[in-house]
Design a binder for this molecule. Structure first.
Ligand SMILES: [Zn+2]
Length: 339
């Protein structure tokens, strides 16, 4: 956390200073594109910026009507648009539709109700339908005074160049491990927990904070890690049993989110094994199982470790080709046991 300032942000000093400077000099752009991985801190920077714009003080006063409404989530000139859920199916929509952008445009076309700025955060600028992108382009082509658009996306390249070129692009890089560590100590973590979570975050403060605030999610993550290590440590039968734990009776498939979590945890573990083999154990993410990873690293040579990553990727690809999850994971366990 940057002490002495009211923006509650871990790292990203350059972005924060740049935005504050733009307010100080009265040079606020009409559209920004914040690019960086999910959990890196784009949203909190965007919201802090919005709050300062509304309040008129670089460090928000916390007392004016803007500050009070903003904290309560009821500021009438603040809009946040993100990938919604389908009302009928409850599933996440595939993209942000043209209707949603048009509605936003309409709401922004009126003057600010509280007489300050109007600020819109569009989270998922890479998820716009073609129509929505065109509608957004029109909005960006006709900037209105004291109206600020902040687009959030995982990557600049994932946003249409015609849109990106009309924004002030700001790239968000992973935050240093030490800063996240210190921040977690400030949240009340013990040293060990702060160390483990800071490493696991991979520079995404949001990920570390999520695990800190939801210990049950961290336990689930540890469970996936334990399964992976058990597969490496036990015989094939034991490996199959481990995989069976992910599936209920007579079930052979997982939901997409569950599958992604398994694959990304296992991928990160294999990457750690390669790092340890390469003498870079200080950079691994799964510090809390360092000893077990080191033992696994002794067992596999570099070629074998690289092959395992390949097997994991092909297991994932085979699921996309309609192979059942259980079979794909079992195939991976088999390849882990082969020399
Ligand atoms: Zn204020």
């Amino acid at each position: 956390m940057n002490e002495g300032q009211a923006w509650p942000i871990v790292g990203h000093e350059n972005a924060v200073n740049f935005l504050k400077e733009s307010i100080r000099r009265g040079k606020v752009a009409h559209a920004y594109l914040f690019a960086g991985s999910s959990g890196i801190g784009k949203s909190i920077v965007a919201e802090s910026f919005a709050k300062s714009l509304f309040c008129g003080n670089i460090d928000p006063c916390r007392e004016c009507i803007h500050c009070r409404y903003f904290v309560k989530g009821i500021h009438p000139d603040f809009y946040r648009l993100e990938l919604g859920k389908d009302e009928e199916t409850g599933k996440e929509k595939k993209n942000i539709g043209v209707g949603e952008i048009r509605e936003l445009r309409e709401r922004l076309s009126e003057g600010a109700l509280l007489g300050s700025y109007k600020v819109a955060i569009l989270d998922g600028a890479e998820m716009l339908s073609e129509g929505a992108a065109n509608a957004l382009l029109k909005v960006l082509e006709e900037p209105r005074p004291k109206t600020v658009f902040i687009l959030l996306a995982s990557d600049v390249k994932s946003v249409l160049p015609t849109i990106a070129s009309r924004t002030q692009i700001m790239r968000f890089l992973p935050v240093r491990r030490l800063e996240i560590y210190k921040y977690l100590l400030g949240l009340g973590s013990e040293r060990k927990e702060a160390e483990d979570l800071a490493a696991l975050s991979g520079g995404l403060a949001g990920k570390a904070i999520m695990f800190k605030k939801n210990p049950e999610l961290f336990d689930e993550y540890k469970d996936r890690v334990n399964s992976f290590l058990a597969i490496l440590e036990s015989d094939l039968n034991g490996g199959f049993k481990e995989i069976g734990r992910f599936f209920g009776e007579k079930k052979n498939t997982l939901d997409r989110a569950g599958r992604n979590k398994i694959f990304s945890a296992w991928h990160s573990l294999l990457r750690d094994i390669l790092l340890i083999k390469g003498g870079m154990g200080g950079h691994i993410e799964n510090v809390f199982v360092f000893d077990r990873l080191s033992r696994a690293a002794v067992k596999f040579d570099i070629t074998k470790s690289a092959k395992l990553i390949e097997s994991l990727l092909s297991a994932r690809a085979s699921i996309d080709a309609n192979v059942r999850d259980r079979l794909a994971l079992e195939n991976f366990a088999v390849s882990a046991k082969m020399g």
